[in-house]
Design a protein around this ligand. Structure first.
Ligand SMILES: *[C@@H]1O[C@H](CO)[C@@H](O)[C@H](O)[C@H]1NC(C)=O
Length: 177
């Protein structure tokens, strides 16, 4: 191997370890991205991940949820392995659900939930938005808005006006028959 090849490998190795999260191992890819391997490290929360992460392996940990936006800074992220974790599949997992749906929809069927009870052992991809829950936000019922009643009143007035007009027209014609 030529000297510049060795230098490149050393540089790549140094670059890869520079911002590698402590519990994980990282490897630089030829394409400038990072391969970040955090499998089986007993993680209970997401480590601080480098922005250059392209392949992220989080399988076989104790992760229960992913904070919303956790992968947003990793614009190159292509593969995400989050299998074999005790995921708590409620509204707090909506971000992970949407991320997988957008990037690797087939992986949604490999990610299994551990809790809550109705979701246990189900793949994340099988749960509907309704089952994941809505984190407390709710559409307001239309009758909670007072101005809806003004619209209703206006429609009633217009219908009554039209009926009255129709009635007047009919009675006005009758003498002609
Ligand atoms: C999962 O990780 C643990 C260490 O946390 C390891 O002992 C075990 O072999 C791993 N299991 C698999 C299936 O990789």
């Amino acid at each position: 191997m030529p000297a510049w090849g060795v230098l490149f490998l050393l540089w790549a190795a140094a670059e890869a370890t520079k911002d590698c999260p402590a519990p994980c191992t990282c490897q630089a890819l030829e394409t400038m991205g990072l391969w970040v391997d955090c499998r089986g490290r007993g993680l209970t929360s997401m480590p601080a991940l480098p922005a250059r992460t392209r392949h992220l392996l989080l399988a076989n940990n104790s992760l229960r949820s992913v904070p919303p936006g956790a992968f947003d800074h990793m614009v190159q992220l292509q593969t995400l392995d989050v299998t074999q974790n005790p995921w708590h599949c409620d509204c707090s997992l909506t971000y992970l659900h949407l991320w997988l749906e957008d990037h690797t929809p087939e992986a949604l069927l490999d990610v299994r939930c551990a809790s809550p009870s109705y979701a246990a052992l189900h793949p994340l991809g099988q749960l509907t938005g309704y089952e994941l829950g809505n984190c407390g936000w709710q559409l307001q019922k239309p009758w909670a808005y007072p101005w809806v009643w003004w619209d209703v009143a206006l429609v009633v007035v217009v219908i009554m006006g039209l009926a009255l007009l129709a009635g007047l027209l009919c009675t006005a014609r009758e003498p002609l028959l």
